[in-house]
Design a protein around this ligand. Structure first.
Ligand code: ATR
Length: 273
């Protein structure tokens, strides 16, 4: 049977096996999908061994995405732009192809929630790997403006400079931000430490859409905060997780699984509904 897995550390709580098993059942594809948690300095060897032993493809998550970028033999244009690889496929001619489906997953999830991106003013919080992966797919939707704000302002400036050939992207400090924004996307890892990005509450209004790439069984700290300040449309990253997986599945198998039912099952599994 064709074998796939996700590499990460830690990865024990990954929902990817659950999601891909449902995709396979839905599309009647024969495959198995597992987990691998190599030591941080043993990822390259583990990856090689997996493909030497007949693996067909894998996902790569924290902290291996940048390393995967350097280990594959060919890169998709979107992986090249993202500087990170979250999906690897062994092609028919035996080449390890690195792709990145995170940004496409984010955009697909925003659209599935009815968020309009064309001509909108988007605020992207954070300038790490998650922000980098989102920039090209967001700019491809032709927003009127995309502002990056980051705690370390120089990193936001670097990202804006790197992507300004693709659209109207600028960097501003948190203090400089002036609304109204139509959509705020939180790509920071602040909530992992129970913290909030230092965003002025005055930027939140009733018609704003709030997206947090993080997710949990209950509202993330950022979503709770935005709701307290009047946001009515809030979304967490669970849909992005399912959509990036669907995109990876499509890369591997050439068939696109439906995501709605799988997202519902995942929420049930997590105890969200
Ligand atoms: P990822 O790959 O998830 O993007 P990362 O590359 O480590 O992770 O980036 C984390 C991002 O969250 C960075 O933009 C970081 O800001 P700095 O560049 O200033 O480090 C941001 N971040 C983390 N903790 C934060 C906090 N408490 N407040 C605001 N931003 C925070």
């Amino acid at each position: 049977m064709d074998r796939y897995l996700v590499f990460g550390h830690p990865v024990r709580h990954s929902k990817s096996p659950f999601i891909h098993t449902l995709f396979a059942r839905q599309t009647q594809q024969e495959l198995e999908y597992g987990l691998a948690e190599p030591a941080v300095d043993e990822f390259a060897q583990a990856l090689r061994t997996f493909f030497d032993q007949g693996g067909k493809g894998c996902n790569v998550t924290v902290p291996f995405k940048e390393q995967a970028f350097t280990l594959v033999e060919r890169l998709s244009p979107r992986a090249k732009r993202a500087g990170a690889v979250n999906t690897i496929k062994l092609t028919d001619d035996g080449v390890l192809l690195g792709d990145n489906t995170d940004g496409a997953g984010l955009v697909a999830d925003l659209k599935s929630h009815g968020v309009t991106l064309a001509d909108s003013r988007i605020l992207l919080l954070g300038a790490g790997g998650a922000a980098r992966g989102a920039l090209a797919p967001l700019l491809a939707e032709l927003p009127s403006e995309l502002v990056i704000a980051n705690r370390t302002h120089t990193k936001a400036q670097q990202l804006a400079a790197e992507f300004c050939d693709l659209g109207p992207v600028t960097a501003q400090t948190y203090e400089q931000l002036a609304g109204p924004f139509d959509l705020v996307i939180n790509s920071t890892s602040a909530s992992l430490q129970g913290e909030l990005p230092p965003l002025a509450p005055a930027l939140i209004h009733t018609d704003i859409a709030i997206y947090d790439m993080m997710y949990g069984a209950s509202d993330t700290a950022f979503i709770s905060w935005a709701k307290q300040h009047g946001a009515r449309q809030t979304m967490d990253g669970l849909g992005m997780l399912v959509e990036q997986a669907a995109e990876a599945f499509t890369v591997w198998r050439g068939i696109r699984p439906g995501t709605k039912q799988v997202l519902r099952e995942l929420k049930r599994n997590l105890g969200v509904i």
